[in-house]
Design a protein around this ligand. Structure first.
Ligand code: F6R
Length: 612
């Protein structure tokens, strides 16, 4: 989703800003732009399309100067074109301020009406442009941009991460945050501002995260942060945990492929230091709850979006099975506005790879506001969700760059298996059964390596699937969420319609869709309900539906029923989802590759969804 990078220092700003924007490309965007100050002159360049197009336009018409702001836009108000790209300019002549903005201004229509009535002429259809004009009005003939921005903020309803420059204030950037992340990078005689630490990591590891309602002023040698109500504050300086090497492609064609192949290590890292063989359980450092408090819990609510929601659904089956606790899985965008009854023995977890998803953050805040201990299962250290939760569990999956989430799903499922084990061992789960789960988890990384080695077989199935216009994904029990995740992966990167269903639901409607052109992907490793699934596959075959089956290696009966059989090693049922999802990820990846789709930047999608 939208990205912000600002720089003020002694180097030419253009190359620094472009390099920062490139590091944010993975988040998904449709236009890009810069505003660069050269003393008291300001140059604005913006282009629909990729950062490359902006770079070419800067090649033709350079913008010189060592202070500037830049942006990648993911369209919300108005289509992706040059005019709607950020920065937006307010004021007379060439403009007295330039603004880039992440988030949504909900009262933009009313503000625009007032400004138009006062004679302001708008150049774009965006909600952001009102901010530029409001700041220009407040700045007037003066030169105190910091104050002008602070006077405008109370007029804005919605969310924002803002960066603002003005030719009246050479060398100065003003930033503000409400509900959309911003981080200040502290260098030697240079300061940076970004919506994601990845953008500035090569410059400095020393950062200060802005909190909601904070406003910052940067110059090359100094920075100051104020809270809108409490005045000047002393910032906390953190170090960012980001290895540039971890985000390089290596010899993979796409980040998605790289991240799929990292999963043995991902699961190992998620479990590292958390397995307790001697007690047949798992332990966590950051839950901030005692065993006694955890034993009092009578119900668990898991809240998330998208792939994280699918991982949460696997968690529901696992926690119910191992800990015998009722679990509900909620879509964050629904939960935050519903009046979901929660009693004081309900434990709420939010799950988010990025830790910045607006709906999930809203759900976390709503739950905390109602006085519930709210924990997070999160990947990005220092993200807003990680910082605002009462405690939680990090995934330790490293940076996930591909827009289609893969290794974060596996890390979430691994952590939820640990959590189910932990809660189970505080209740009725025996030492022997607990130890079996510990041992099964220890074997998963090696088993994953064996699944990844079957990629050629998966490519054969992908050739067939790439011809389809619609695909069904079916699974029972723990594999129903895996089927949902397989369908999501296929639709988001190959644009083929796909539906996930519990296998048993098939005959209650979706069976009508089955014909020789509509393949079904069954997630059917051996388990307690295996024979029922085999009957369901027969029903699809009787209607001439092609079948791709993910099953236990050596399952001859299943292999004989399927047109393509994708084997996974024989493992304990509770860890099967960690293996079964991988052929589905690879299937989607290769279908998209065969179709020539832009795998790491699928159309219309963004990595981190910071608007509601
Ligand atoms: C799908 C995908 C999205 C995210 C969702 C939540 O591949 O990546 O569905 O899972 O937007 O994102 P996080 O986990 O960052 O809150």
């Amino acid at each position: 989703m939208c990205g912000i990078v600002g720089y003020t220092g002694s180097d030419p700003a253009g190359p620094v800003l472009l390099a920062g924007l490139r590091r944010l490309e993975y988040r998904g965007y449709d236009s890009a732009g810069v505003a660069i100050l050269d003393g008291s002159r300001m140059a604005v360049r913006k282009k629909a399309g990729r950062v490359k197009a902006l770079e070419e336009s800067l090649g033709e018409l350079p913008a010189i100067g060592s202070c500037g702001i830049s942006h990648t836009r993911w369209a919300t108000h108005g289509p992706a074109n040059d005019r709607n790209a950020h920065p937006h300019v307010g004021g007379t002549g060439e403009g007295t301020v330039a603004v880039v903005h992440n988030g949504v201004i909900e009262n933009h229509a009313a503000l625009r009406q007032d400004l138009e009535a006062a004679g302001v002429v708008f150049r774009s259809q965006t909600d952001t442009e009102v901010i530029a004009h409001l700041i220009a009005v407040e700045l007037g003939d003066g030169d105190d941009l910091y104050e002008a921005v602070q006077r405008v903020l109370p007029k804005l309803e919605g969310t924002y991460g803002l960066a603002v420059v003005s030719p009246r204030c050479p060398g100065q950037i003003v930033g503000a945050r409400l509900g959309s992340p911003l981080v200040v990078g502290l260098g030697d005689n240079e300061h940076l501002l970004a919506s994601d630490p990845a953008a500035i990591a090569p410059h400095t590891a020393r950062v200060a995260y802005l909190q909601d309602d904070e406003v910052v002023r940067l110059t090359p040698t100094d920075f100051e942060i104020r809270h809108r109500e409490r005045g000047s504050i002393t910032p906390r300086i953190d170090r960012i945990d980001w290895s540039p090497v971890a985000s390089e492609l290596g010899n993979h064609a796409h980040y998605m492929q790289k991240e799929i192949h990292e999963q043995p290590e991902t699961v190992r890292d998620a479990c590292r230091g958390r397995l307790r063989r001697g007690e047949g359980t798992a332990a966590f450092g950051g839950l901030n709850m005692t065993p006694r408090q955890l034993r009092r819990v009578r119900r668990v609510v898991l809240v998330a979006c998208g792939t994280s929601w699918h991982a949460a659904l696997v968690g529901e089956y696992l926690i119910e099975r191992l800990a015998n606790l009722p679990v509900e899985v909620e879509y964050a965008g629904e939960f935050r506005y519903r009046n979901a009854p929660l009693d004081d023995r309900t434990l709420v977890f939010v799950l988010s790879q990025s830790g910045e998803t607006a709906d999930t953050l809203g759900a976390l805040r709503e739950s905390k506001r109602r006085g519930h201990p709210t924990l997070a299962i999160c990947n990005v250290v220092g993200s807003t969700i990680a910082r605002e939760a009462d405690g939680g569990i990090y995934l330790h999956a490293g940076p996930e760059v591909g827009v289609a989430s893969t290794k974060a799903f596996s890390a979430q499922v691994a952590v939820l298996t640990l959590l189910a084990l932990h809660l189970g061992r505080l209740r009725q789960l025996s030492f022997t059964d607990g130890l079996a789960v510990v041992e099964a988890l220890e074997k998963v990384p090696e088993a994953l390596t064996r699944v990844l080695a079957t990629e050629l077989k998966i490519i054969e199935a992908a050739e067939r699937l790439s011809q389809a216009r619609s695909v069904m994904y079916l699974g029972r029990d723990l594999h129903f969420p895996v089927a949902l995740e397989g369908a999501l992966k296929l639709k988001e990167i190959s644009y083929i319609h796909a539906e996930g269903y519990p296998t048993a639901e098939m005959k209650h409607g979706p069976l009508a869709l089955i014909d020789p052109e509509t393949p079904s992907v069954f997630v059917a490793p051996r388990g307690s309900l295996h024979s029922k699934t085999l009957s369901n596959i027969e029903e699809v075959r009787a209607r001439m539906g092609p079948v791709i089956a993910v099953g236990t290696d050596g399952d001859e009966e299943l292999a004989a029923l399927a047109d393509f059989f994708l084997p996974i090693p024989d493992v304990l049922e509770v860890v099967q989802p960690l293996l079964a999802v991988v052929p589905l990820q690879l299937l989607a990846y290769h279908v998209a590759r065969i179709k020539g789709c832009d795998i790491d930047k699928p159309r219309n999608l963004a990595k981190s969804v910071t608007v509601e």
